[in-house]
Every structure is written in structure tokens, then in C-alpha cells.
Design a protein. Structure first.
Length: 217
């Protein structure tokens, strides 16, 4: 029996529903948020915090990114792998966030020890896509650029963000993106074809991409 599709959209809808619940039941945030102080006693928070968001802007930005890039990746590698990689990179991003707290505290003189949001998992999705579709053009702001260059920009932004006080979980982004890149390289046998066709890309298009276009477009 084939696995159900459109999980990127389903996850986006679930995040939106959870955000509405957060507005009416604030205790949900307190119970499911990832907090370094008690993560050993609440390990489920590494996964549950992915579905929590702190503001309308936060959920809209993450929801748009997941629906768009998640749908593209899901169409390429299938729903089972997409779900697996989404949660694996999201959980790993949470772990990296916790491990990075002492570094951020040393750099900034203090930082939050709790995090929430799907950004780490979404950066994992972006990392996989960077390897599978390095030449796919996206827009950062109003500037078009290929995925491989966008990945460099994201990495630079989050690296330097470590030294700038804000509410962004930069280490979570870096962790998710890094693991996504590793997963992508695993899928392609360690190859990434910048500026030319990727052999894996050809295989994907022949076997999956036309079906994805029919299902989604």
C-alpha cells in the first residue's frame, strides 16, 4: 500500500492548528517547548517543539517555507523519506541548539535556553535540496540565486548571528542545514553538480518528477 502523500502540507496545517491552540491554551507552549534546563526529563520536547511557534510572523514564515520547499523535496524523494528527514534534522537541530548555548552565552554575554519552531527541520529540508537541486533558482529577498549559493548565504548569516543578540536559534539552523547537506550527499553518493546536471537529478526526474508535477501542479 503506498504511503500517503502531501505530508509537507499536512505538517504545515498541523503547525498552524497548534499555533491556534497556543493562543488559547498557553500551557501547551510551556509543556512542549524545548528547554535545555530540563530536556533530560522531557526528551519529547526535541520533537514537539518543532510544532510550536512564538508569533504570527513566525508561523507564517515557517509555514510558507515548509509548504513550498517541503513539497518540492517530498515530490523528489517520496513522503516516507521526507518525513524521516524532516524529523531527524529537526531533532538534531534541537540538540545542536542546546550544545551551542555555552558558545552563544560566551559570545553575547547571555542567551535564551529555550527554543521552539520548525526552522531547524526546514533548514534540514533546504540542505537536502541544496545537494539534489544545487542549480534551482530561488529568491532571497528580491535577489535570485541558485540553491548552492543561497546555502552559503544562510550559513554565513547564522554563523555571524551567533555573535549578535537576537531571538534567532542560529545553532539550530546551522545544525539542521549541515545534517541536511550530509543526507543529500548520502543520497547522491557524495556528489553535488554545481553548474551542470546532476546524475541523481536525471534519475529523479525520470522516475519521480513527472509524477510529482501531475500530483502537485
Amino acid at each position: 500500500m503506498p504511503f500517503n502523500s502531501h505530508w509537507a502540507l499536512k505538517l504545515t496545517g498541523l503547525m498552524a492548528a497548534v499555533f491556534v491552540l497556543q493562543l488559547f491554551i498557553p500551557e501547551i507552549t510551556d509543556f512542549f517547548i524545548l528547554d535545555a534546563a530540563d530536556v533530560l526529563f522531557r526528551p519529547w520536547a526535541l520533537a514537539s517543539s518543532i510544532f510550536l511557534h512564538g508569533s504570527l510572523e513566525h508561523i507564517l514564515f515557517n509555514g510558507f517555507a515548509l509548504a513550498l520547499f517541503g513539497s518540492i523535496l517530498e515530490g523528489i524523494i517520496g513522503s516516507r523519506k521526507f518525513l524521516s528527514y524532516f524529523f531527524i534534522t529537526g531533532i538534531f537541530a534541537g540538540i545542536v541548539f542546546i550544545l551551542g548555548i555555552p558558545i552563544v552565552q560566551a559570545a553575547q554575554g547571555g542567551t535564551a535556553t529555550a527554543a521552539l519552531g520548525a526552522s531547524g527541520a526546514i533548514f534540514g529540508v533546504l540542505g537536502v535540496l541544496t545537494v539534489l537541486r544545487p542549480n534551482m533558482v530561488i529568491y532571497l529577498g528580491f535577489i535570485p540565486m541558485p540553491m548552492w549559493l543561497a546555502a552559503i548565504v544562510w550559513t554565513a548569516q547564522d554563523f555571524f548571528g551567533i555573535f549578535i543578540p537576537d531571538n534567532v536559534a542560529n545553532f539550530a539552523h546551522l545544525g539542521g542545514l549541515a545534517l541536511g547537506l550530509i543526507i543529500g550527499l548520502y543520497l547522491t553518493g557524495g556528489k553535488i553538480s554545481i553548474g551542470r546536471k546532476n546524475p541523481y537529478e536525471k534519475i529523479v526526474r525520470e522516475q519521480d518528477f513527472e509524477r510529482w508535477e501531475r500530483d502537485w501542479l
